[in-house]
Structures are given as C-alpha cells and as structure tokens.
Design a protein around this ligand. Structure first.
Ligand code: ASP
Ligand code: MG
Length: 439
C-alpha cells in the first residue's frame, strides 16, 4: 500500500480538495495523510497566543474569521443537502470547542494549546472524507489520535504505532481510501500533542514505516526538490533521484520542501519517498531512496542565520580533552553545532540557535580567545562525492573562487561539502555554483 501526503495548500480550498481526490482515486487502496487547510494552523497559533494572554476578544475575532472560511468551504464542497448538513454540524462542533476555551474562567495551558492546534487537521480530514463518501467512494477516517503516539523522549513510539494502525486497518479492511490527520499525535501520557510545525510529512513517513508501505508520496506545490534555491537562482530544475543521505542534508540545510526529520523513519525502514506536484501531477518529481546516481553533484542549498565561533588556544594546543570541554559547553546550553573545523591552534564551530550565545561565549573564554562572526550562511553542496573519485571537491571549491569563505567542511559523509560564507555573498555563491556545476 502507498501512503500519500497532501500539504496545506493542496487542501487549501474546496476546489483544491476536489482536485486532490482526483489524484487519489485509481482503484488502489491507499492511506492519505492531510495537513490542515493552509493558514489554519497559523490562525490556531494566533488564537492560542491570545488565550495565553487572556485576550478573549482577540481570540474570538480570529475564531470568527476562521469559522466563516470553513462555513464557505462546506457550502462549496458538498452538493447534497444531507452532506451540507453533516459538514455544518462538523464545523459547529469544532468551533464550539474553540469557543469553550476562549473563556475568562478557563486556564489556558500547553495542554489546551495542543488541543486548539489539533483542530485544523481534524477538520480538513473530516471534510475530505465526507466529500469522498458523498461521491459514493469507500473512504474511512483513520483517527491519528488512536495510533500516532510519541514516547517519553518525544520520539515516535513505533511498536505502539504499528500495532494500533494495524488494528484500525483491519477493522476497516473494506475501505478503498483511508484518510488520516498529519501532524497530530498523543504523547507519552496519552495527551493530545503534535509532531511540531510542518510535521505532516513526518506523519506520512512514520506511517509508511509502520505499515511497511510500498512508497511514500509527499505532494506539494512544486515539482520535487530543486538543484538550487529558486528564490535566488534562475533556471533551477528538479533533481530526479536522491539518496536518503542527500535528501536529509538538503532538508536540514534549507530546501524548504521537506521537513528535515521526516526522512528518518522512511530511511530506517527503507521505504522510497517520492516528492510530487499537485499542480503538475504528471511531472516526475524527485525519488528519494537508497539508490541514486553515482558520482554526481545533485543540488545546493543554503541555511541562513548562522553564527561562527572560533576558540583559539595556546595552552590547550592539541591537548586531549580540549574538544570535549568545548562541546560540553554547547551541550550544557542545548545548542546544536552545525559545522566544525579544527587546526593546531583552535577550533571553529557554527550554530544557528543563538539563544544562549552570551553564556556560551562567556564559558568558552575560559579556554582561549573567542571571536564571533554573525550573519553567516552555510552553503551545502550535496551529491555523491566519494573521496577516491577525485575532482569533485576541486570543482566545488573552484566554483566559489570569488567568494570569501570562513569555513569549509568535507569528509563527515560522502554526500556533502559545506561552506560558511557571509550572508551578503549568498546569492552570488548560489549562482556561481549553478553556473559552474549544473549548466
Ligand atoms: N498543519 C501543520 C502546520 O501548519 C502541519 C503541517 O502542515 O505539516 O505546521
Ligand atoms: Mg509542509
């Protein structure tokens, strides 16, 4: 069975919902994961923010506007009086729940917030499922809150998920289409929770792994992962095939099309992931699997907002234990390091989370002289570049010959070379790479 995920824009209006159903009806049984309608989760976040601040009027205003949108969708989506009524009832229920939380006497905690955020996916899936049922298609909802669960480390509880999704599928074995909610889950304590913003891709990947799917398809509104950032470079094109490692690097370093953690369950279970375009369903998109073209530079991505920190130490020179002490400081402040380079006299690292920068710098000063460069960008070049196949690294470095480079990192895997450069040079660097490598 295949798992297909459609994001917020793909279900962003009644018409889009109708278009999506055309893409999923081919007689094959499948699981369809849906996001909330585009804009909805943002509105729900806004509602929660107002409720945390006890601004009930502010919350109600957003609730009212959002409800109008859903009422209009129901009107347009269904043709029969019966389903129009079912749709109206559904919307009413979800919005009265929201209104019941927008109440002076209620305390608003993380738990209520998670409940608010869950409403988007609960509505989009019910709306689409009812639309299919109205059209006489055997469609069933698979309630994510009954099988999608995280453990005490907030990681997917795969054995629970496997067991409980299997129960659902067995109970509804006759269905042609299973519709389920992306993003939402229950946590270790059984409370409503979610897999973080953009988490529907992750849902699809987890389900794919849990049922050992034939393929996971992520449908968005662009035709696959592009070989460079279309916002800064002209004539980028989709990459046909990527290795899991390459896709993970690209997702982490900036290619917005895929949620970075999403690849992992699919990769672990070795389920191919195909990125496809709802606006152009026949385009071949990008296939991510263990197979990819060998010895080929596939794509370039950039990650903004990076800070570089250099620790120079005379005393600690080459001393063992030095690195550990440095890393412990970052660990202590729960700050992940992206890049690292070393020399005899010191070490440079890059981070993107600067929440504890001042404390980190303070602690690092115990070990040596510390310098900081802000407003940097990581340029990540991805492809199979095994070190025995000479020439790839030279080609990449050569393409950047006119750019000042603060750090270079290669050898962590065979799949990427990363450069740290100034933000102001980003566009020039991305274009130079496309020019020298892809054209
Ligand atoms: N609706 C959620 C969000 O906007 C999850 C998703 O779309 O993937 O973040
Ligand atoms: Mg998304």
């Amino acid at each position: 069975m295949k798992v297909l995920k459609f994001g917020g824009t793909s279900v962003g209006s009644a018409q889009r919902m109708k278009d999506v159903t055309k893409l999923i009806l081919d007689g094959e049984q499948k699981i369809v994961v849906l996001s909330a309608m585009s804009g909805t989760t943002n509105s729900l976040v806004e509602i929660s923010d107002y409720l945390y601040k006890k601004n009930i009027d502010g919350a109600l205003e957003v609730i009212n506007t959002l409800e109008k949108k859903y009422v209009a969708v129901v009107k347009e989506l269904y043709t029969t009086a019966n389903y129009k009524e079912i749709g109206s009832q559904l919307i009413k229920e979800h919005f009265s729940l929201l209104r019941s939380l927008a109440n002076d006497t209620k305390i608003f905690t993380l738990f209520e917030e998670k409940t608010v955020l869950a409403q988007g996916e609960l509505m989009s899936t019910a709306l689409v499922n009812n639309y299919l049922c109205e059209a006489g298609i055997k469609s069933e909802l698979l309630p994510a809150l009954e099988f999608m669960k995280t453990d005490k480390n907030a990681e997917p509880d795969m054995s629970y998920i496997k067991e409980h999704i299997a129960i659902q599928l067995k109970e509804k074995a006759e269905a042609e289409i299973y519709i389920t909610q992306g993003f939402i889950c229950r946590n270790h304590y059984g409370e409503i929770d979610n897999l973080q913003r953009g988490g529907s891709d992750y849902t699809a990947s987890i389900i794919g792994a849990a049922i050992n799917a034939e393929e996971i398809q992520i449908w968005t509104d662009i035709d696959g992962m592009h070989n460079n950032d279309p916002r800064f470079v002209e004539d980028t094109r989709p990459v046909a095939t990527l290795h899991f490692e390459e896709a993970a690097e690209l997702a982490y370093f900036g290619a917005k099309i895929l949620h970075p953690t999403c690849i992992l369950p699919a990769k672990q279970a070795n389920i191919p992931v195909r990125l496809l375009n709802t606006m152009d369903p026949t385009a071949r998109g990008t296939l991510i699997s263990t197979e990819s073209e060998h010895n080929k530079i596939e794509a370039v991505a950039a990650k903004d907002g990076i800070t570089a920190i250099k620790i120079k130490s005379g005393r600690m020179l080459l001393a063992y234990g030095f690195m550990r002490k440095v890393f412990e400081i970052f660990e202590h402040y729960q700050t992940a390091i992206d890049m690292i380079t070393t020399s005899e006299v010191g070490v440079s690292v890059s981070i993107d989370n600067t929440k504890h920068l001042d404390e980190i710098l303070n602690d690092l000063r115990k070990f040596g002289t510390v310098t900081v460069d802000k407003d940097m960008v990581i340029i990540c070049v991805v492809g199979e570049m095994h070190y025995e196949n000479i020439g790839f690294q030279a080609k990449v470095v050569g393409a950047l010959k006119d750019i000042s480079i603060r750090m270079i990192s290669y050898g962590g895997s065979n799949y990427n070379i990363s450069f740290l450069i100034k933000a102001e040079d980003k566009k020039r660097a991305l274009n130079a790479l496309s020019e020298k490598i892809f054209r």
